[in-house]
Write a protein of this length. Sequence first.
Length: 278
Amino acid sequence: IHLATENEQYLSQLPEQAGYFKETRIVEFIFLLSEKWHLDQSTRYQAVELLERFMIKQVKQMCDDRGNAKGHDQGQRSSWSSVRDQITNTFVLRLVSCVQLASKLSLHYSRVTSDTALKFLQSLKYSYTKQELLESELAVLNTLHFHINVSTPLAYVELLLEVLGYNGCLLPAKPLHQLCVQLLDFCYLTRETIYDTLLKIAIENSTPSKLQIAKFLTVKEDFMLLAVGVISTGVFILSPGHWEQVVEHLNCITGISPQSILEFSYAVVRRIIGSTAS
């Protein structure tokens, strides 16, 4: 109930820029960096969400600050260029800071130290100091008002798997969990293609309008739907005989319709087949 309420609150306050900083290259960078530093699965998802929320707020603040100083078109273009340059110049540093902060929220794994982070940045030819690294972490914390312990889709997946087990679904728990994590990674890394397919299925049209794309944003950011879709797909692959029972249980638990669950699983499986074929 707590996660469902949190999810609904987040969707009700969703900024129109949501998802801008979840493109494949960024997510892949965070995943690979987390793997390099031997961080657990939840840490990498939390780092993605932290970076996304921080960047949206930072860009908005910077644009508001420059927008208050009205001028001619040339001046406005120069202002936008300045915002873009500032974001570009500090983006990798901010990304590393988000991974660092996410690692500190995990109680069971090693934290990413300043020395480790600096060594990595230096390998990319950046010459930041420990002080600048600390200031970057503080910039993320201040911008997010220290609200950094955000829920991730993995938390939704794991809790729903527990509820399914409690409700008597006799599923291979460990293999299913492992497969769901892999599918969640896959959904993050092929996000645009999966949700593009899902949108076209939903509207029964291959050319969605700008309004339809804008309204679909809440679907793309719905962690509960993502978790349900990942579990449904995992069961379909690993234990197809249980699939209808699991979909029925997921519908009862979350209120998400069997049709929506089916469509999400179809979009994921279709993308998996496409990736395998290519």
